[in-house]
Each structure stands twice: as structure tokens, then as C-alpha cells.
Design a protein around this ligand. Structure first.
Ligand code: GDP
Length: 448
């Protein structure tokens, strides 16, 4: 799948980050070093990576993040936002003519998938109930015209074609002009021009494309580029944009593009948005490009990230409030500790909700950084319940024989009792921080 290799790396890096209760600038710097490497290995443009890392760093070491209850998650959220930003933030959409037909000029090098993509776009528009005319505007390569005719036939879409042997630039411009005129006269909604391709960029091609553009004044000039070529696709987009002027890019063969260098850098380098992704050879293998969804995919989060955020916010605020109220100005006892743990247990129901969503298993794994597994919570409560009221108020009473008794009573082991006491003691240390207005440290963090 798309950007798989990158996604896997991100997952590992960010899982580590999420698992850490307390983050420092050093933790974040360390994680960002790995993120940087992952992006460079994914063949993302060097400068884009540099800017990206810097933006994430500045946001992530901000006070709100470091002092939040879930700094690891906050950093992941920032990475997500900045990835989306890098790819253009919003879905770019196609500009339609106020008076039809909308003229779409497709440009690109041979083999990138231009003709196929013309067919895919024609199908996409046709499915929206629009009448489409395809124009074969590469008269030097009759085979390309045949290919487009076949695509048109299989889609039930008309193809305008005027192959000329020994065609000149004038002929190409002429064909495109005829095509758009026919589109206008015959009431088509969309005219898609499949312009000529070359093996390499050359001046002749560029002049030809500029001439066509001036002749037909298209609403969209879309570069079709092969995502697998990585930074070559990026620099090509830059050249086409400078010389012809693009409105956007369609990246093809992205389903086999595990690295994602072009998908991630094109927008940031050229300023031109990716509008669609080609995800296979078939004509239905075309997807609108959504930067935010792509960012979610890269981070292995499906499209439910917003949901987590919301849950996270509600939970954090509530939790902090309860902790502050109950613990303010007190010395923590095992009774308080148990109450807090039970409070945390409310997340259990959130875990269940997550479990119902697509990709929920993964999300649940993510949440484990914050939510204790039900079993563990049950065990803690059982251990505390097995203590006497006196023991619950004064942990120093807990000697070896008492611990043994508690372990037996709660169906646990002395080690587990010891572990709980340790957790309890570090939690107690944190209570002061929680009760102060500036201290947004959470009990949970002490438990880790
Ligand atoms: P053109 O020379 O740019 O017009 O390229 P074609 O449209 O003839 O496509 C070249 C090859 O790329 C063909 O074999 C297409 O089936 C293939 N192709 C185009 N788009 C995609 C895509 O999104 N995924 C995959 N796997 N193949 C594609």
C-alpha cells in the first residue's frame, strides 16, 4: 500500500514517544532525529524535511505540550498536522469553468500514465453525470491516439482525434483548438486534452505546451507524474510549472510507492497541489487526494484521529479536574489511589468504542500508553481491597508477612504488591504538583 515503508517507521518512532509519560526537549529532539531520517530515507526533499522538523520542534517543545497530560500524543498530533500542512492541508479540487466546457490539459512525460489518467478522469466526471470529450493531442504517436480511442470506447466517452503523419506544433495546437471548439459546440461539460509526451523534457515540448495553453485557455493544467520516480517527479513538476504553468499534479502508481518522496514533497517544493492519486492500472483506480487523510495513513491512524483527540481532551480535562479536587492539599492514601485508578477505568468504555471502529485494534494499542489494561486495574483494586483500613492509611505497616497476606487475599503475588506500593509512592510524590494550579501533571504519569 501507499507509503507503507514510511508509515511503518513512523509507527515505531511515535509509539515510543506515546509511551513516554513525561517528555523533555531531549526526548523530542531524539524522536525528531528519527523522524528526519525516516523522511530522508523516504526520499523527501532535503529542505522540506528540514523545515518540517523545525516546525514540529518549535510546536512540540511549547509549554502546552510539555505540560499536557499526554505530551506524547500531543507530539503525534503536531506531526500529523504538519504532515498535512506539508502536503497542502486541504483537498485541492478541480476548477470548473463557469460556462462549460471545462478544459483540462494533461501534460507529462511518456510512460508516466498520462493517457490512462485521462481515461480515469473521464470516468470520474462521467460518474458525476457530466458529458466528457477526450482529445487525442499527440499526433506524432498514433499509438497513443489508439490507446485513448480504446479507453473512450470502453468508457462510452467520445474521443476527438485527428492523427496526422509528420505533425508539426501548429497541428497540435490546431487539434486542441478543434477539440475544445467541438466541446463547446456540442455541449460537452468537460474536455480533456491528452497532450504529447516525450521521453525527456525538451524545449520543443515545452513550447508546444505553452502554445496549446495559450490557444485553449484551460481551467486546469495537470502534470501526470510517476510517484515511483521520487525526487525526479518533484523536479519535473518544478520545470513544467516554470515553463508551462501548472494548476496541479496527479501522481500515478502510488499504490506501489512505499517511500512517498514525491507525494510528500511536491506541494512543499513547487507550491502546486496534488489533486489525484493513481492507485492502479484499472480505470477506477483514481483517488482524490486528501492531505489530512494521507497524513493519517502515514501515521497508521486511519481517519479516526480526530476522534481520539476529542476523547483525549475530554478525558484529560476531567481527569485533571477530579485529581485536583480530591487530592488538593492532602497526603495521598491507598484509598485515594484506588479512587483515582477507578476513575481511569472509565477509559475502558472508550476503548470499547475504539474497538468498534475500523482500525480500532491499532488505536486501542495506542491508548494503552494512557489507559491501563482492565486486568491491571482490577488487580490494583483487588490488592488495595485486601489491605486493612489501617494499612491503607499507612503504607509503612506493610511488612513481609502483611504483604504475603495481601497477595493471597487478592490472588496476586508479593512482587505485584511491591510493584503497586512503588507506584503508589511515586504517585504520592506527584500529588503536590497536581494540586497546584500550574501543575498539570497527572497521576497516571506517576504510575508509569
Ligand atoms: P503515458 O505514456 O504517460 O500516456 O502512459 P500510459 O497511460 O500509457 O501508462 C503507462 C503505463 O503505466 C501503463 O501500463 C499503465 O497501465 C500504467 N499506469 C498508469 N497509471 C497507473 C497507476 O496509477 N498504477 C499503476 N500500477 N500503473 C499505472
Amino acid at each position: 500500500p501507499v507509503l507503507d515503508a514510511l508509515s511503518q517507521k513512523f509507527e515505531t518512532i511515535l509509539r515510543k514517544l506515546r509511551g513516554q509519560g513525561v517528555l523533555t526537549e531531549a526526548n523530542i529532539a531524539e524522536a525528531l532525529k528519527e523522524v528526519r531520517l525516516a523522511l530522508l530515507e523516504a526520499d523527501v526533499n532535503f529542505k522540506v524535511v528540514k523545515d518540517f522538523i523545525e516546525r514540529v520542534r518549535v510546536k512540540a517543545v511549547g509549554q502546552e505540550v510539555l505540560q499536557s497530560l499526554t505530551p506524547g500524543h500531543q507530539v503525534v498530533k503536531i506531526v500529523w498536522e504538519e504532515l498535512g500542512e506539508m502536503m497542502g492541508k486541504e483537498q485541492a479540487g478541480l476548477k470548473l469553468a463557469s460556462v462549460p466546457p471545462t478544459i483540462i490539459m494533461m501534460v507529462g512525460l511518456q510512460g508516466a500514465g498520462k493517457t490512462t489518467t485521462c481515461g480515469k478522469l473521464a470516468r470520474w466526471f462521467k460518474n458525476q453525470g457530466r458529458r466528457v470529450l477526450l482529445v487525442a493531442a499527440d499526433p506524432r504517436r498514433p499509438a497513443a491516439g489508439d490507446q485513448l480511442s480504446n479507453l473512450g470506447a470502453s468508457l462510452g466517452v467520445d474521443v476527438h482525434r485527428a492523427d496526422r503523419v509528420d505533425a508539426t506544433q501548429r497541428d497540435v495546437v490546431q487539434i486542441c483548438r478543434e477539440g475544445t471548439e467541438r466541446g463547446r459546440d456540442k455541449g460537452y461539460d468537460v474536455v480533456i486534452l491528452d497532450t504529447g509526451g516525450r521521453l525527456h523534457i525538451d524545449d520543443e515540448l515545452m513550447h508546444e505546451l505553452v502554445a496549446v495553453k495559450q490557444a485553449v485557455l484551460p481551467q486546469e493544467v495537470l502534470l501526470v507524474a510517476d510517484a515511483m520516480t521520487g525526487q525526479d517527479a518533484v523536479s519535473m513538476a518544478g520545470q513544467f510549472d516554470q515553463q508551462v504553468g501548472l494548476t496541479g499534479v496527479i501522481l500515478t502508481k502510488t499504490e506501489g510507492d512505499a517511500r512517498g518522496g514525491a507525494v510528500l514533497s511536491i506541494r512543499a517544493v513547487t507550491g502546486k497541489p496534488i489533486k489525484f492519486l493513481g492507485v492502479g492500472e484499472k480505470l477506477d483506480a483514481l483517488e482524490l487526494f486528501h492531505p489530512d487523510r494521507m497524513a493519517s495513513r502515514i501515521l497508521g491512524m486511519g481517519d479516526v484521529l480526530t476522534l481520539i483527540e476529542k476523547a483525549q481532551e475530554t478525558y484529560s480535562q476531567e481527569q485533571a479536574e477530579v485529581a485536583r479536587k480530591t487530592l488538593s492539599g492532602k497526603t495521598l492514601t491507598f484509598d485515594d489511589f484506588r479512587d483515582q485508578i477507578k476513575q481511569v477505568n472509565k477509559l475502558g468504555s472508550m476503548e470499547q468504542i475504539l474497538g468498534m471502529l475500523p482500525g480500532g485494534q491499532r488505536l486501542r494499542d495506542m491508548m494503552n500508553g494512557d489507559a491501563m489494561p482492565d486486568k491491571e486495574i482490577g488487580r490494583i483494586v483487588a490488592i488495595i481491597d485486601s489491605m486493612t483500613a489501617q494499612e491503607r492509611r499507612d503504607h509503612t505497616l506493610l511488612n513481609g508477612s502483611r504483604k504475603k497476606r495481601i497477595a493471597r487475599g487478592s490472588g496476586t503475588s508479593v512482587q505485584e504488591v511491591n510493584r503497586l506500593i512503588k507506584q503508589f509512592l511515586s504517585a504520592r510524590k506527584l500529588v503536590k504538583a497536581i494540586s497546584g494550579p500550574g501543575g498539570r501533571r497527572n497521576l497516571l504519569q506517576a504510575l508509569r
